[in-house]
Design a protein around this ligand. Sequence first.
Ligand code: AKB
Length: 327
Amino acid sequence: MKDITMIIGANGQLGTEISAALRELTGADTVICTDLAAPTAALTEKGPYLQLDVTNANILAEAVSKYKVTHIYHLAALLSASGEKNPDLAWKVNMEGTLNVLNLARENKQIKQIYFPSSIAVFGPNTPIENTPQFSANDPTTMYGITKYTGELLCAYYNAKFGVDVRSLRYPGIISWKTPPGGGTTDYAVDTYHHAVNNEPYTCFLKKDTFLPMMYMPDAIKATFQLMNAPEDTLSTRLAYNLTAISFSPEEQAASIKKYMPDFQISYEPDFRQAIADSWPNSIDDSLARADWGWKPDFDLDAMSRDMLDNLSKLKHHENNLEAVNS
Ligand code: AKB
């Protein structure tokens, strides 16, 4: 039987790029993209797309049976800042969605593997802030962090009790140019590049010296596929793996942008997201991921800045040309 992958949350920042990368690797018809939102042209033109709500267990089960799904990437979630604005919805989407996917995998033996993204948000004020170890105090202060850590515990439980092959990573802030992030605390690190390319000053919602772990999208995709393809006996934890690439502050990122765009201007007006950022690690120890399945990132801050600015400039140029043709 051919492997068929379902991506839940395919319209999101990670979902868009994981869907495209998988379609490239395994063929468009082997990847079923799904999202609560209406489809984007980029996803429907290239393969099957279903509009579905992950909190509806019956609809999800029907789609999985209909398409003979063998692998699920469950990427639908409310992130940290959106979750604080609507904690009830964050609990519903993040927890019901995760339980529905895990229960499906437990009951439907055609499902071979599940991917569940976790986050640095599982850590809290009692976690060591520098080089946060893989196994540490997990006392998240946001609803997002609470749902992600509970999700991790459920993944480990479903693996031990029911043999579900579910794998997970604690992503840092992810920076990308194709699709914007939505509702996170690390989103500033994407907004900066957009403002720089538009020659606009940027007002950052975090203090200039707030360090957070971050990663460029190509590294995030590489890590995800590396983990999913790792032999089961190399995985020494079924909680999520700590994962990181770079740690920087808004001030350091602005200095990196200025190397390529010297006129870029940034100012700082911290809002409610500062408290969230302050509860998270400055940097992460991901030595277990390195030892178990050979994790190693490719991009440092300057390499990422160069690539982001280059791609966003090309995109802007392309959009301007389209506008000129259409006017
Ligand atoms: C957020 O800021 O909420 C996310 C995350 C670190 O998980 N990007």
